[in-house]
Design a protein around this ligand. Sequence first.
Ligand SMILES: Cc1cc2nc3c(=O)[nH]c(=O)nc-3n(C[C@H](O)[C@H](O)[C@H](O)COP(=O)(O)OP(=O)(O)OC[C@H]3O[C@@H](n4cnc5c(N)ncnc54)[C@H](O)[C@@H]3O)c2cc1C
Length: 341
Amino acid sequence: MSHTPPKNIVIIGGGIVGVSTAYFLSKHPNLLSTMSFDLHKKLADDFGGKENWGYRAVDTLSVETDATTKSKKSPPVPWLPHHVVSSRTLGTVASTAQVHPGKFTKFFSEKFLSQPNTSLLLGTATALASSNGSVESVLVSPRDGGAETVVPADAVVIAAGPWTGKLAIDLLGKDIGGKLGVEGHRAHSIVLKTKEELTPHCLFTSMTMEDGSMAEPECYTRPDGTTYICGAGDNEPLPATAAEIAPSPSAIAKLYKQAASLSPVFDPANGATTQAEQACYLPIPDRGRPLIGKVRGLDGVYVGSGLSCWGITQGPGTGLCLAELLVDGKVTSADITKLAP
Ligand SMILES: Cc1cc2nc3c(=O)[nH]c(=O)nc-3n(C[C@H](O)[C@H](O)[C@H](O)COP(=O)(O)OP(=O)(O)OC[C@H]3O[C@@H](n4cnc5c(N)ncnc54)[C@H](O)[C@@H]3O)c2cc1C
């Protein structure tokens, strides 16, 4: 069966999945023949990822600490104190790497917009119109408060992260949209600038704190001399828009305490300063696996969502698969048949 590529494609969502889909669509078919498992590395090599979005290979460890005892073990990382009771390598510089997600997304948004026949409308998609079983347009409420805009479309990609489930019902109704269940789970993070530059490490911790309580923050040192520390999840419902997300002061306080217990380098008394205190929502799929592909029930609608805690890793690959599906009618870079919505 022949496949006619759509001409007016609307992507709802400017996170890593939406931006990656937009970028690969704008470059298609040039990148199609140069697909690779290590897409992040290839993008970094091609576009100065080291300078532009902090791409670098790292060692990744699972670390168990107990602040109530002094271990005889020497710490696996020089800036960890002497209460590491065990550690295990999860990945090395040959198999794990990091990016600054905000810088990555900004870089590829700009790259996408530098391609011909592309545009960006900042706002919220609120409705979708169809005719004879095919999508026709999307209604967008602009962020600047202007009049609602009808954007003609013969393909729409829903890449709305944790908002996907609710948005799919708003756009497609319960019968079709109700099958795209993705919800949000809030987590917190702080970004600290340390006095000394730390070694390139990502740590997944299991900590016994000084008072005997348990904590499991993740800790990612960055090449700009800052460290991203995250965890402290809770059940706060997803707000209507990303702009309304606010961190809980008590969750942020918990992260500061955990950071200082993990290493003295994160203690303000030792010169650590705050760069950011923030929250974000993980896109959790109801069915336990991501949804990537063509939505059944209305022609021209696609979804790329529900990547849970793996979206930074899998976002570019998801974008490439969706770009292939939209333009060629089939995905050849990875087997995503089990992820069909
Ligand atoms: C604390 C924390 C740590 C993490 N660590 C890692 C990690 O180490 N490795 C990893 O791989 N992943 C990690 N993740 C997961 C990763 O961040 C997510 O899976 C990923 O960012 C999801 O990307 P997305 O593009 O699907 O969604 P999002 O980034 O949420 O983007 C969705 C976008 O859609 C927009 N949108 C929603 N509704 C509408 C609408 N109606 N109209 C227009 N736009 C709309 C939103 O404003 C948003 O910009 C972590 C997540 C958290 C919270």
